[in-house]
Design a protein around this ligand. Structure first.
Ligand code: NDP
Length: 296
């Protein structure tokens, strides 16, 4: 069997196009422009790339982009004061504080100081609780992107066995909650799981969010299963730096029914879902209906 490749780049372009249409509609019909504020503390190179990409994508769909670049030695009090001012700013509908923060700043405290209604990363403890109890929330972008691709591929996910490998707060746990919300039978696996390969082979949907290059090989995959590879790992191979996922693509694709590649799978969906979340937050803030197909 050769797996269908789920093209995340194309899917993300489609999501961004849908967002762009809705943004134009908001402007024409209501005179509202959604706005996203991104806060970057320090000069971590990877974070700078993400922030630059976010800024460009935000403008591309017609939203307002507010960038706040702060020095690495910014105090917690100053960062909290900035978040408070963004919470109070009616032009800002989404706030994202780029992680990781420098070690002297308490990430949990900062994230939980964001107005939950503007928490487009979905990391605020209120949003975590709302998602866990099946209520309307802001949903973390990467798992939301995975869910959108799975719904598109399968239609209904009800009754499917899903295995999520990884239990982080930003990917594994919210991913499992979303799959449960769509009535999958969900197993969360982690570093202490016994016979991981056998657990994974029970999955109709296998989501890998481990952070270990190419760990999930074809013998972990049930024939015909859908494999979603969240992993982004830089490795050296044949004297070159290469981007690979947590799934060994060649062996898994030989067994799976569908699979996301790395790069070009889940990665592009994350920023697209950030824009979708900002649009959703803007609609909610203005008492307007939420955009269809762009939320959990
Ligand atoms: P974390 O390091 O926070 O979590 C990794 C999880 O994998 C942990 O729960 C850990 O288990 C589990 N794990 C580690 N080793 C094993 C093993 N040998 N067997 C089974 N489980 C194992 O990572 P994240 O969730 O933040 O990220 C996961 C991957 O997704 C990374 O490659 C990251 O780069 C990528 N990522 C991609 C994004 C995108 O936009 N596409 C966004 C965010 C992340 P335990 O809890 O027991 O330690």
């Amino acid at each position: 069997m050769t797996a269908k490749v789920i093209d995340g780049k194309l899917f993300a372009a489609n999501v961004r196009a849908q967002v762009q249409v809705q943004v134009a509609k908001l402007r024409e019909e209501h005179g509202i422009q959604p706005g996203l504020a991104v806060v970057l503390v320090g000069e971590d190179p990877a974070s700078q790339v993400y922030v630059r990409n976010k800024h460009a994508s935000t403008l591309e769909v017609g939203m307002a982009s507010f960038e706040h670049r702060l020095a690495i030695d910014t105090s917690e009090a100053d960062l909290l004061a900035l978040v408070q001012s963004l919470n109070a700013d009616p032009a800002v509908h989404g706030i994202l504080v780029q992680l990781p923060l420098p070690a002297h700043l308490n990430s949990e405290l900062i994230i939980n100081s964001i107005d939950p209604a503007k928490d487009v990363d979905g990391f605020h403890i209120s949003n975590v609780g709302l998602l866990g109890t099946g209520q309307k929330s802001m949903v973390p972008c990467t798992p939301l992107g995975c869910l959108m691709m799975l719904r598109d591929h399968h239609g209904s996910l009800a009754g499917l066995n899903a295995v999520v490998v990884g239990r982080s707060n930003i990917v594994g746990k919210p991913m499992a909650q979303l799959l449960l919300g769509d009535s999958c039978t969900v197993t969360i696996a982690h570093s202490r799981t016994k016979d991981l390969a056998a657990v994974c082979r029970g999955a109709d949907i296998l989501v890998a969010a481990v952070g270990r290059p190419e760990m999930i090989t074809g013998d972990f995959v049930k024939p015909g299963a859908t494999v979603i590879d969240v992993g982004i790992n830089r490795i050296e191979r044949d004297g070159r730096t290469k981007l690979v996922g947590d799934v060994d693509y060649a062996s898994a694709a030989a067994v799976a029914g569908a699979i996301t590649p790395v790069p070009g799978g889940v990665g592009p969906m994350t920023i697209a879902c950030l824009l979708a979340n900002t649009l959703t937050a803007c609609c909610r803030a203005n008492g307007l209906p939420e955009p269809e197909g762009l939320t959990a």
